[in-house]
Design a protein around this ligand. Structure first.
Ligand SMILES: NC(=O)c1ccc[n+]([C@@H]2O[C@H](COP(=O)([O-])OP(=O)(O)OC[C@H]3O[C@@H](n4cnc5c(N)ncnc54)[C@H](O)[C@@H]3O)[C@@H](O)[C@H]2O)c1
Length: 695
């Protein structure tokens, strides 16, 4: 199938881009645009050219399916197409509807004229991938809409609607009604006009440019720490104002190449593709028919149940919330109301929207009310006997074909499924706390979970705006299984010489949203304690620092008790270092005969992050995660891993797996700690041997 359709209408040639879904500027399309232009040039009947797309998109920019393949840079490159367009001897009119973004907008800006309908989405979103426009966008946009407006669009990557830019030179005419008819009429009117209009010939004017760009650099530099792209965008726009067009283009090219090679952009691009990949399950066909989810039920109105419920109400999906205890039910309802009232106070919701959401909620204590729900999510106490009672009841109650989900974080989903006569309908939906805020949803695939159940839950996750990642069944699933090793390592660091705040500060400086000790205080140290007690029973040989148990024995459960690894003042969340804890750590180390030493930041960071990586490798090898990038998605969306580092697995690749293992060997030689801890997972060792990467 052809990627562009060429036809002659009256005295105009029309080139219609036709590369679904968004007219990505793939190799075939680029080639066919150039061919169309040549045909128009050679046809003496043709006096003008209209370049257009579909209702949905003029063009969304580069064809992401070609990313990283030779086709993406094969000639004619976008820059070549743009050169051909701009030097055409007959006027080229871009007729724009829908998405006109990135390379698509750069293409449009190289046309001699642009007409658009209202509602077209105009953007240069490259900065979101740690890049900047690389086909003249930073040079032409300032000439067409002014340097200040262009800088805002390029640095933010945000979308502007065409009507908002209607008065700028970006558009020569706004079209009411049929775009193509309007564009053809316009082309007829300008076909004889010479010289042809070119954005490059406009001289950008900006009084006090130097002061303006200095101010922009200061504010953007401060706001975009760790992200190099926004500042380079400023440099490129400044070049558009200060330099002749061709020189500005050269500056843009240079900066673009620098960004393309930056680790931050690699990380952001990895995250972008990881998110898309995570939505696909290797053995579940994309056209798997979905079960209809119109109504949802939630069982348990505690911390998680209420947050989970809010997700569905916000998406317009009615929820019946069931609780065992009346007071708990009322409390849950109040929490849900509170979530919406807080949003209303911040101006994010109107009173009417709050009302509409609350109206979708039905509270009950009777299983009879769950009968017509298409899916139920259980969020009761984390005890297998309680789960058993609930799932037996759900099995009796729910209609045939309903999806039975559990929010369990540590229990065996296969066991839970076996409490029912329909294990194929049982799946894990592991939300993260606070469930109405955190993006991550681990979708836990039981041995018998049906493919259409998985596909349905993945689609539902999108409706409630979650990033879903599939995990197999194991203790802790992907995220918590890895974090356990990270926390174990954090405790060893205390024994060996660090303080909680040194550890937290080191990884926070490195980019984690929250260090392990602040995180534990937030989640509740009692939760980790319960997990450790189970470990001591089930894996008595496993070396675990007992220092955290000491803390818990003193009732220091974290923020909720005002004391944990830190002190908390009433009503505040600031973690205040506590000398009592430091002393406890030192005393404990002395007791166990550990030689304390100064541990530098790099060692702290490497030990924590490589602990994640090694467990991640095991998870990958066992097939608990189907791709390394899925693990990265879990960490980026559920654990505050810095996006500009792309996730633990990409980070390990960037460091080089050989170097990761070399560091692990060094840590293993440490006389303290657990020598078994640093044994490279077989997959990691194999990849090093083969000189390969995770991602
Ligand atoms: N808290 C977290 O951070 C977190 C995160 C992910 C998953 N989880 C999991 O979510 C589940 C719920 O955790 P939570 O923190 O919301 O607990 P919670 O104690 O806040 O809430 C549990 C609620 O379930 C109700 N309940 C107990 N037995 C019931 C029954 N038989 N029928 C109906 N209601 C019943 C209780 O009255 C209580 O209100 C657990 O499986 C937990 O492991 C918790």
């Amino acid at each position: 199938m052809s990627s562009a359709i060429y036809e002659v209408r009256g005295r105009s040639a029309v080139i219609t881009m036709n590369n679904p879904p968004v007219n990505g500027l793939g190799f075939d399309l680029r080639r066919e645009i150039v061919e169309g232009l040549a045909r128009a040039a050679g046809d003496s009947n043709v006096t003008a050219v209209v370049l257009t797309g579909t209702q949905r998109a003029f063009s969304g920019g580069a064809d992401i399916r070609e990313f990283g393949t030779p086709k993406s840079t094969a000639e004619p490159s976008l820059n070549t197409v743009i050169r051909v367009l701009e030097s055409a001897e007959k006027p080229v009119v871009a007729a724009i509807a829908g998405a006109c973004m990135g390379g698509g907008l750069e293409l449009a800006m190289a046309c001699h004229y642009r007409v658009a309908v209202s509602g077209a989405q105009i953007a240069l979103p490259e900065v979101k991938l740690g890049l900047m426009p690389g086909a003249g966008g930073t040079q032409r946009l300032p000439r067409l809409i002014g340097a200040e407006a262009a800088l805002n669009m390029i640095v933010s990557g945000e979308t502007a609607l065409s009507e908002k830019l209607a008065s700028s030179a970006l558009f020569d005419e706004m079209i009411d009604g049929d775009l193509l008819q309007g564009a053809l009429a316009f082309a007829g009117r300008v076909s004889e006009k010479r010289p042809l209009k070119r954005a490059r010939d406009i001289k950008p004017v900006l009084p006090n440019a130097e002061g303006f760009f200095q101010f922009a650099r200061n504010t953007i530099g401060a706001a975009a720490r760790n992200f190099p792209a926004p500042l380079k965008c400023v440099d490129a726009v400044a070049a558009a104002v200060a330099l002749p067009f061709e020189e500005g283009l050269r500056v843009e090219r240079e900066l673009f190449v620098q960004l393309m090679q930056s680790p931050e952009s690699r990380a952001l691009r990895h995250a972008f593709f990881a998110e898309r990949a995570a939505a696909k399950i290797p053995d579940v066909p994309e056209d798997t028919p979905l079960r209809k989810i119109g109504k949802v039920a939630v069982v348990g109105a505690g911390t998680m149940g209420s947050g989970i419920t809010a997700n569905f109400l916000s998406a317009g999906i009615p929820v019946t919330l069931l609780e065992a205890k009346k007071e708990a039910l009322e409390k849950g309802q109040a929490v849900i109301r509170g979530i919406y009232e807080a949003s209303a106070k911040k101006g994010r919701l109107s009173a009417q929207q709050v009302g509409e959401r609350i109206a979708l909620l039905k509270a009950t204590q009777s299983y009879d009310d769950l009968k017509d729900a298409d899916m139920v999510i259980e969020a009761v106490f984390e005890e297998i006997s309680v789960k058993e009672a609930v799932f037996r009841k759900l099995d009796e109650t729910m209609k045939t074909g309903a999806i039975l989900a559990s929010n369990t974080s540590t229990l065996d989903l296969n066991k839970i499924a076996a409490f029912t006569r329909r294990p194929q309908d049982v799946v894990g939906t592991h939300f993260f706390s606070p469930a109405n805020v955190m993006k991550l949803l681990e979708v836990v695939r039981g041995e018998k979970t049906a493919k259409d159940v998985l596909a349905t839950v993945m689609a539902l996750a999108k409706r409630i705006k979650k990033t879903a990642v599939v995990s197999g069944v194991c203790d802790g699933f992907i995220g918590n299984r890895m974090v356990e090793q990270y926390l174990r390592q954090a405790l060893f660091l205390l024994e060996e010489g660090a303080t909680p705040q040194q550890v937290d500060r080191a990884v926070e400086k490195w980019g984690m949203a929250m260090g392990p000790f602040r995180m534990s205080d937030l989640a509740g140290n009692d939760i980790g304690w319960a997990i450790r007690k189970r470990r001591y029973r089930e894996q008595p040989g496993l070396k675990y620092s007992r220092i955290a148990d000491r803390l818990c024995e003193q009732g220091r459960f974290g923020q909720k008790t005002g004391l944990g690894w830190y002190r908390y003042e009433a009503g505040r969340r600031d973690a205040i270092p506590d000398p009592v804890v430091d002393k406890m750590v030192v005393d404990y180390a002395r007791e166990i005969g550990a030689q304390r030493r100064r541990i530098d930041q790099e060692e702290i960071v490497q030990r924590l992050i490589f602990a994640l990586v090694n467990e991640g490798a095991a998870i990958l090898e066992e097939g608990i995660a189907s791709r390394a990038s899925d693990i990265d998605m879990v960490y980026l969306t559920g654990y505050g891993f810095p996006r500009y580092r792309g996730g633990p697995m990409l980070y390990a690749d960037e460091v080089g797996l050989y170097n990761v293992v070399a560091s692990m060997r060094r840590f293993a030689a440490n006389p303290h700690g657990d020598p078994g801890f640093w044994k490279p997972a077989p997959l990691l060792a194999r990849l090093v041997g083969e000189g390969k990467r995770f991602t």
